[in-house]
Design a binder for this molecule. Structure first.
Ligand code: NAD
Ligand code: IPM
Ligand code: MN
Length: 352
């Protein structure tokens, strides 16, 4: 009997609700020797305005039986971002301990990288973002709020276990890529506790990977290096906040935020399903117009199939996607075209 995968859909808000249905159409077209069962959860800012919650009290339990979660984007100007994102997106990442956030940065055929003189051969990075602690741990508070004496404290928490496991994952990725290079994003010149430990763990784990060439860059210099010498970067490991920022820069290097894909994984143990999501947000500035670029959501779906154990399906989706971009005819406005989200997805489906 054909294998069936159960996918929880969390389209979320804004353009999340526009790109996820298109990614689902592509997934359905790519599924030939297995089946996909989708269930959609309408959790997000509208749900919050109705119920006072971003997800039901047993939301995590509802998600747990699925094989994967495909999320669009969360966030709408009607709800403070720290509520919508912390209570839904970050809650899932943290509760299921999805400690690796994998974010490839590659140039698609037919899409001219915005950096003058650089080609697809020069820009091919894989970001491994720490996704379970660090600057996002959420510890802290506000004292004497609203008064002139107000104090706000936002703690970072870096655990040796948390840093070591994400670094090991990054080294494994580097080891299996042709160039076998790993760069780490640090800031140990200014942050003498967290980032000094980060560097120590990097050096300790590196001893187990003598075949991987390691570089350690301060995050500010690394940001500049992504522009000046992208060809020198292969796998990049960074903390939750640093790699969040660097991967939007990575998406810009690809040509648009509408292109970048990501996977939230726990490669060591199963506390809940992995979650797949585009790097971009809900883009309130273009929502409702049907012109969001679905490439990020579609390539994220390819990542999902690869991680579900259907690499052939993932490859088929990516090849169809690349055929369409390579022809340079069907494009959404962020890439200078005039096509809609749906038209682009239909072009991919036609190739499939
Ligand atoms: P954003 O990524 O939503 O948008 C930044 C810019 O990129 C906008 O000009 C937008 O139009 C453009 N853009 C993004 N995705 C695009 C696509 N697929 N096609 C074409 N253009 C695209 O970032 P933001 O404006 O900082 O955030 C908007 C909201 O999304 C906020 O509420 C934020 O907290 C949230 N957010 C959510 C996620 C997530 O759920 N994973 C990620 C990032 C931001
Ligand atoms: C991302 C987003 C999220 C993050 C926000 C929306 C909390 O920017 O996935 O890159 O910072 O992780
Ligand atoms: Mn981000």
């Amino acid at each position: 009997m054909a294998k069936n995968y159960r996918i929880a859909l969390l389209p979320g808000d804004g353009i999340g609700k526009e790109v996820v249905p298109q990614a689902v159409r592509v997934l359905e077209a790519a599924a030939n020797d297995f089946t996909l069962g989708f269930e959609s959860f309408e959790w997000g800012c509208e749900y919050y305005l109705r119920t006072g919650r971003m997800m039901p009290p047993d939301g995590l339990e509802q998600l747990r039986p699925f094989d994967a979660i495909l999320l669009g984007a969360i966030g709408h100007p009607s709800v403070p971002d720290h509520i919508s994102l912390r209570d839904l997106l970050l809650r899932i990442r943290f509760s299921f301990d999805l400690y690796v956030n994998l974010r490839p940065v590659e140039i698609l055929p037919g899409i001219e990288p915005p950096l003058r003189g650089k080609t697809a051969d020069d820009i091919n990075m894989l970001f491994v973002r720490e996704n379970s602690e660090g600057e996002y741990c959420g510890m802290g508070g506000r004292f004497k709020a609203g008064t002139p004496d107000e104090v706000a404290v936002q703690q970072s928490v870096f655990t040796r276990k948390g840093v070591e496991r994400v670094m090991r994952y990054a080294f494994e990725q580097a080891r299996h890529r042709p160039r076998k290079c790993l760069a780490s994003a640090t800031k140990s010149n200014a942050m003498q506790y967290t980032m000094v430990m980060w560097d120590e763990v990097l050096r300790a784990v590196a001893r187990d990977y003598p075949d991987v060439a390691v570089s350690n860059y301060h995050v500010d210099a690394l940001a500049a290096r992504m522009i000046t010498h992208p060809e020198s970067l292969d796998v990049v490991v960074g903390s939750n906040l640093f790699a969040d920022i660097l991967t939007d820069l990575g998406a810009a290097l690809q040509g648009s935020l509408g292109l970048a894909s990501s996977a939230n994984l726990n490669p060591a143990e199963h506390l809940g399903p992995p979650m797949f999501e585009p790097v971009h947000g809900s883009a309130p500035d273009i929502e409702g117009r049907g012109v969001a670029n679905p490439i990020a959501a579609i390539s994220t779906s390819a990542l999902m199939m690869e991680h579900l154990g259907e690499p052939e399906a993932g490859r088929r989706i990516l090849e169809a996607l690349k055929e369409v971009t390579g022809e340079e005819t069907v494009r959404t406005p962020d890439l200078g075209g005039k096509n809609t989200t749906q038209e682009f997805a239909s072009a991919v489906i036609q190739k499939l």
